[in-house]
Design a protein around this ligand. Structure first.
Ligand code: AN7
Length: 352
């Protein structure tokens, strides 16, 4: 008996999985929902939880959707997959591609891609093409490639990606026994907020939850097309995962916001970094900067007067902090002292 039930088997009845769909797995899903020990109480909220999506096999939530997109590519007998990426989608596509014998072609911005993500794609042996441009330009190139080549597109404009990612909502409800009141989530290309909303609605319709959560999506202020209501030609943020100026699932995000009576707002890079450091220092949780936009957004809501004292809140922490070692080196206040291997000197240092 396997201990781990693969995501595609576990949620088969809710997914477009047929008798010819291979139930592949790399161990995705079943990520921890960890209760906040310190930040929640400091915000006056007893029921704040973090969904640690960085515990997925390639270190981000992308694996939930990638497993299904790749299963469907295999079902269709495709030999190649392609994606544009700010890093995590490409790491995930490269891993599943390597495991299941598909050539993975990834198109990424040549700068501002976190080191851990690009080395993942290198390790898994993907074909990596870096463009002197941003994610939006990479995605438009990928759309042209798939028109001319027999290759499966595995960005979230592939509906199977959204289908797979909606399992995040299922897991939260399965574990909590009901829906949370509020879900906070970072927004980049807007696939994930679209997927979460779909998942919550599907579970609600079959009576798995009493109601529906409010979805609170957060963009980085230098990359906030949805908040500003206009495409951003040259998006900027140190949360490079969400440096996206023209989200493919823009409409899905608006629908999630409006149907859930939620909101999509923006947080500054400074707010993102403060939350990112807070999660490590106060909770022992190391997520990547983009992920901390969910907590930064929640803190902003509370500062603006939202009363969450009797609410259950989940912040989705979408990716692992190890993805982006350079940001920690720049932003952590911890300094490393190098000394002679001498015990007396060590005692002197510890006395400070
Ligand atoms: C850690 O990998 O777009 O709103 O190409 O890596 O569904 O795009 C990554 C996005 C949040 C935003 N957190 O999710 C890519 C890519 C992390 C991410 C998002 C991303 P979407």
């Amino acid at each position: 008996m396997p201990i781990f039930k693969p995501l595609l088997s576990k949620y088969k009845e809710f997914l477009p999985v047929g008798k010819n769909t291979p139930l592949i797995t790399l161990g995705e899903g079943a990520t921890p929902l960890v209760q906040s020990l310190n930040i929640g109480p400091s915000l006056g909220c007893k029921n704040l939880y973090f969904k640690l999506e960085g515990c997925n096999p390639t270190g981000s939530f992308k694996d939930r959707g990638m497993v299904l997109a790749v299963a469907k590519a295999l079902e269709k007998d495709k030999k190649k997959i392609v994606c544009a990426s700010t890093g995590n989608t490409s790491a995930s596509a490269s891993a599943y591609g390597a495991r299941y014998g598909l050539e993975a072609i990834i198109i990424v911005p040549s700068v501002e891609i976190a080191l851990g993500k690009i080395v993942q794609a290198m390790a898994y042996g993907a074909k990596i093409i870096a463009i002197e441009g941003n994610f939006d330009q990479a995605l438009s190139i990928v759309r042209s490639i798939v028109e001319k080549m027999d290759i499966e597109l595995v960005n979230s404009i592939n509906p199977y990606r959204i289908e797979g990612q909606k399992t995040g909502s299922f897991e939260i409800i399965d574990e909590m026994g009901n829906n949370p009141d509020i879900l906070c989530i970072p927004v980049g290309n807007a696939g994930n907020i679209t997927a979460y909303w779909k998942g919550f609605k599907e579970y609600y319709e079959i009576g798995k939850s009493e109601s529906l959560p409010k979805l609170m999506g957060f963009q980085a202020s230098g990359s906030a097309p949805i908040v500003k209501g206009t495409k951003i030609e040259n998006p900027q943020t140190l949360a490079t995962a969400i440096r996206i100026g023209n989200p493919a699932s823009w409409q899905g995000a608006l629908k999630a916001r409006d149907e859930s009576n939620g909101l999509i707002d923006m947080v500054t890079d400074e707010e993102i970094i403060q939350s990112y450091l807070k999660l490590t220092r106060e909770e022992g949780i190391f997520c990547e900067p983009a992920s901390a936009a969910s907590l930064a957004g929640l803190i902003k809501l509370v500062n603006d007067g939202e009363d969450i004292s009797n609410k259950s809140v989940v912040c989705v922490l979408t990716g692992n902090g190890l993805k982006d070692p350079e940001t920690v080196q720049k932003k952590s206040e911890t300094k490393i002292e190098t000394i002679d291997p001498n015990v007396e000197k060590i005692f002197e240092l510890l006395d400070d």
